[in-house]
Write a protein that binds this ligand. Structure first.
Ligand code: IVH
Length: 703
């Protein structure tokens, strides 16, 4: 590959991998399968090795993914929080090199053989548990701290939550070291995962995509009691060699088990590559019967002296490697195909399948994407199809088994009219999808737009599929503006609605009036205007009137807005019914201006960079918002340019030390409050965490 082309691809891969790493670790909502992610990461590693001139310390190949502040992500569930206290890891928490190929495991063994130059060693083969990493600290036998992996250097302090996880001892017994740390994985067993998702669906909350996301989301909940109810478990697999004085990794883990710590029994010592291969073969199928998720096996050099000799790369140990299993596939019968109409009118074929077990859950529906994909698969009703789960909750059909096809099976006919309202479908040349053009009359589109409007990422109104269906059927809502006219009396006349539910719904409607302009803009459901684009547009124009009057050229001035988006925005505001809806929403009290400067309260802190540490009477995140609202800047580490350290209870000792060294003042919360022009209410703009919210389903309703 030429240098120029390599640079372009390297930049592109870094961008994709960073974005997906954020979705995985921060939003808890991956959109790419592990296999796709790992394949792209390996491509980047190869390119960086071939073109070292483009090396960068920021490259995703050199950094472990970060879960810090994970609950901030748009998909964070209600009741999770931001602003856990971050604490440094005693030893960096690294990740593992991984591969999907046995020959690369052979290479790993050969490299170790060569580097250890005749020293005899063995391998500890273990399951690769698919949950969220945790680091526990025990002092004098007592659990004193639990940190998430974070960015590998520092992690979120989730000690209170971890104390509520079954099987993690508060007090060890036997001959434990006085001070050590041990690492492992927090997992949500399939049974707990299914129960949790059933409960969430009943409450019209978005289900978790997989047990791993559910485990990491649960670990960041505010309420330790709720964590206790989630049915999480823990398995520990690594004591940093610096922490203890054993000869081998397996001895260290055996000892940990004898102190009462949860350690897997599925570990095996192997002496050669054949032993490793047997272990892989066994678990590739046996893992399907485990009560929790695993995504591969981990092979570690067992002797700690050999581990020390091999050492680490920037990101992972040279003494261990992960062999990952390819995504599980299931084969089942295609019973029928439904055609679903989304809020934009796009028609998506959805397969109804004979129920089949896949990665711990029962799959009954899978997406077929569009007519082209159906043709490509050459799929027929009655076929036996292969289903796979990618990063998302919606499984996809990846192939068919031609051996099973009935002789008279006919290719499915993609509908020519809307399956919901009967309007002839249209297809733009450049699009893969067919559309129902009856935007204002097609019930599925109307309900889809309402669902999008109320979804958590948009207005966060307490309504889901069933509620929207009820409102539609009762004639209470056709456009989002109608929602604000619904009275308590009308709600109580609907089946199943009682006083409390009606009040909660109305309260969430009221609270939505504080949702910032950029999210209101996203909620309007303008085609191609996703969350990020809405933010960019709102910030650029500042208010809806300027935006509604904008030309295509003016829209094109915004980064990331191309012709298609610009045209779609102009078309949206050209329609009188849309302008009327905006006018009604504005009259209802929604925010249509103020993007980017929503909470400026004063300039009392102008020009000051303030670092915060410890706990306050309001959440740390709210405290940061308060600083910004009064014109200050929230800094992350103490330096010469820090104006002062705002210290709550239990501030970080490192930060205090640094302040002392640099002569930077330390200010208490009371002193800080006194600097501001007005009394700070106790819960400044606090999250409406209890309001629940609707699933953010845009096009498909599969479960
Ligand atoms: S050992 C220095 N052993 O997989 C590395 N990790 O993709 C120590 N994991 O970060 C990690 N099962 O979160 C180790 N048996 C196992 C594991 C395991 C799962 C996780 C861990 C790690 C990630 C790497």
């Amino acid at each position: 590959m030429e240098e120029q082309a390599a640079k372009i691809r390297i930049d592109e891969l870094r961008e994709i991998l960073r974005e997906n790493s954020r979705r995985y670790y921060v939003d808890n909502a991956p959109t790419m399968s592990d296999y796709e992610f790992d394949t792209l990461m390996h491509e980047l590693e190869r390119l960086e090795a071939d073109f070292p001139q483009f090396d960068s310390p920021d490259s995703p190949t050199r950094r472990v993914g970060s879960d810090l502040d994970a609950p901030v992500g748009a998909n964070a569930e209600a009741g999770t929080r931001q602003g856990f206290i971050q604490r440094p890891h005693r030893y960096p928490m690294l990740s593992l090199g991984n591969t999907y190929s046995i020959s690369e495991i052979e290479d790993f063994a050969a490299r170790a053989d060569k580097a250890l130059d005749g020293t005899s060693f063995s391998y500890s083969c273990e399951l690769k548990f698919d949950g969220t990493a945790i680091c526990l600290n025990y002092r004098d036998g007592k659990l004193v701290q639990a940190l998430t992996r974070g960015d590998g250097v520092q992690g979120d302090d989730v000690t209170d939550n971890v104390r509520r996880i079954a099987g993690i001892p508060q007090q060890l017994h036997g001959d434990y070291p006085a001070d050590f740390e041990i690492r492992g994985e927090i997992l949500m067993p399939y049974a707990s995962f299914d129960a949790l998702n059933r409960e969430r669906e009943a409450q019209e909350e978005a289900p978790f995509a997989n047990p791993r996301n559910a485990a990491s989301g649960s670990l960041k909940l505010i309420d330790p009691e709720e964590v206790a109810r989630r049915g999480l478990i823990c398995t520990l697999y690594h004591i940093p060699a610096e922490s203890v004085t054993f000869e081998s990794h397996s001895q260290a883990l055996d000892a940990a088990a004898s102190w009462g710590l949860p350690v897997s029994d599925e570990r095996r010592i192997c002496h050669d590559i054949d032993g490793i291969k047997d272990y892989i073969d066994h678990w590739d199928s046996a893992r399907k019967f485990l009560p929790y998720a695993t995504d591969g096996i981990v092979i570690k050099i067992n002797e700690l002296a050999c581990q020390r000799a091999l050492g680490y790369t920037a990101k992972s140990p040279r003494w261990a490697v992960a062999y990952k299993f390819k995504a599980e596939q299931a084969c089942t019968e295609l019973l029928s195909i439904d055609y679903q109409v989304g809020r934009t009118g796009a028609v998506t074929p959805v397969a109804n399948l004979a129920p089949v077990q896949l990665s711990g859950t029962v799959v009954k529906r899978a997406t077929l994407n569009n007519a082209d994909q159906m043709a490509l698969l050459d799929i027929r009703v009655g076929d036996w199809v292969f289903v796979e789960k990618g990063g998302e909750i919606i499984p996809k059909i990846t192939g068919i088994d031609p051996a099973h096809r009935a002789k008279d099976a006919q290719p499915p006919v993609f509908p020519s009219v809307c399956p919901d309202c009967g309007t002839p479908l249209v297809k733009a040349e450049a699009e893969a999808k067919w559309f129902c053009p009856n935007q204002d009359g097609c019930p599925m589109q109307i309900k889809g737009r309402l669902l999008h409007f109320v979804s958590r990422k948009a207005m966060d109104i307490l309504a889901g599929d069933m509620t929207v269906e009820q409102f539609y059927a009762a004639g209470l809502a056709r456009t989002p503006a109608d929602l604000y006219d619904i009275s308590k009396y009308q709600l109580l006349s609907l089946e199943g609605w009682q006083d409390k539910a009606a009040e909660r719904f109305l309260a969430s409607l009221e609270a939505s009036k504080q949702v910032p302009f950029e999210r209101v803009l996203f909620a309007l459901g303008i085609r191609y205007v996703g969350e990020t684009t809405a933010k960019g547009i709102a910030r650029h124009f500042g208010d809806i009137d300027t935006l509604a009057a904008a030309t295509q050229e003016q829209l094109l001035e915004i980064d990331d807005v191309g012709e298609v988006i610009a045209r779609s925005v102009v078309d949206f505001f050209a329609k009188p019914e849309h302008l009327e809806m905006v006018a009604r929403l504005r009259a209802a009290g929604l925010r249509f201006d103020g993007a980017g400067q929503e909470s400026a309260l004063s300039d009392a802190l102008a020009g000051k960079t303030i670092v915060i540490s410890g706990n306050f009477s309001i959440s740390r995140e709210r405290m940061k918002e308060l600083i910004t609202a009064h014109g200050g800047k929230a800094g992350s580490s103490v330096s010469g340019s820090t104006a002062f350290l705002l210290a709550g209870s239990k501030p970080g000792p490192e930060k205090l030390k640094k302040c002392e060294k640099l002569g930077i003042p330390v200010v208490s919360e009371e002193e800080f409050r006194a600097m501001l022009p007005e009394e700070i209410p106790d819960q400044v703009g606090d999250d409406k965490q209890e309001t629940g919210g609707a699933p953010a389903i845009e096009e498909l309703t599969l479960f």
